[in-house]
Write a protein that binds this ligand. Structure first.
Ligand code: C5P
Length: 230
């Protein structure tokens, strides 16, 4: 049984409004993508990582990461789930087995702590299906109506914000993503595809610093976190 990392890095990050995809912005001396993949490559259990990148991506070739023998690339897809499926196909060619573990981690999450990764792996490694890092919701959550007014307040007990890595067995994950695609279900994370198959992924508490860079205001926060751990 082996552990593989998959890094979907083929997004364009339109909400950032900058000249390059957010995973190639530099924070604390390295690109967001390098920070994101760092803890996974540093973990002794990870055999190799597949990074899904856009065709004609001009930034990837500038990273020294591409010289790392454990780092491979595959073509990105239209949606995040398509990028992940391509990476899983690549792993199949590299001999991945159904029982192997796959850890899917967003290229835009540069502040993953080694201890959170370690807890995820230790908690899940004897599970059948797997689970994900997630952050318990602490704010009161409102659902908005179309006019921007509150429609309802959701009870926050039991609510979590899904993060990554999401760790699932290779075979069941491939199957779940294939079913989702065949049914036209847009899954925004791997857990959603697994849930659709009737599985119940385990939630593993993550530090809230494991944020996904989405808006420009996230950058200084992520940079501060990264500088604190240098
Ligand atoms: O856009 P969002 O922040 O939700 O993307 C999450 C992750 O999925 C990012 O690392 C992004 O690069 C990746 N992605 C991808 N292929 C796509 C869209 C997003 O690999 N088609």
């Amino acid at each position: 049984m082996r552990f593989w990392a998959v890094i979907p890095a083929a997004g364009i990050g339109a909400r950032m409004g900058v000249d390059r995809p957010k995973q190639y912005l530099t924070l604390a001396g390295r690109t967001v993508l390098e920070h994101s993949i760092g803890p996974l490559l540093a973990h002794p259990a990870i055999a190799a990582a597949v990074v899904a990148i856009r065709q004609d991506d001009p930034w990837w070739p500038t990273l020294t990461l591409r010289n790392d023998a454990r780092v491979h690339t595959c073509a990105g897809g239209t949606e995040r789930a398509d990028s992940v499926r391509n990476a899983l196909r690549h792993l199949l060619e590299r001999g991945a087995h159904n029982d192997d573990w796959v850890l899917v981690h967003d290229a835009a999450r540069p502040c993953l702590l080694a201890e959170d990764l370690e807890r995820l792996i230790e908690t899940l490694k004897d599970e059948h299906i797997g689970g994900l890092l997630a952050v318990p919701v602490t704010d009161t959550v409102k659902r908005a109506a179309g006019d921007g007014r509150v429609e309802t307040t959701l009870p926050r007990t039991g609510l979590w914000r899904a993060a990554t890595p999401q760790m699932f067995r290779f075979g069941p994950l491939v199957h779940a993503l294939e079913v989702a695609t065949a049914e036209g279900l847009l899954v925004t994370d791997e857990s959603m595809a697994m849930e659709h198959m009737g599985h119940r992924p385990l939630l593993v508490a993550s530090s809230a610093r494991n944020l996904k860079i989405t808006h420009p205001s996230d950058l200084p926060i992520a940079e501060r976190y990264l500088e604190c751990s240098l």
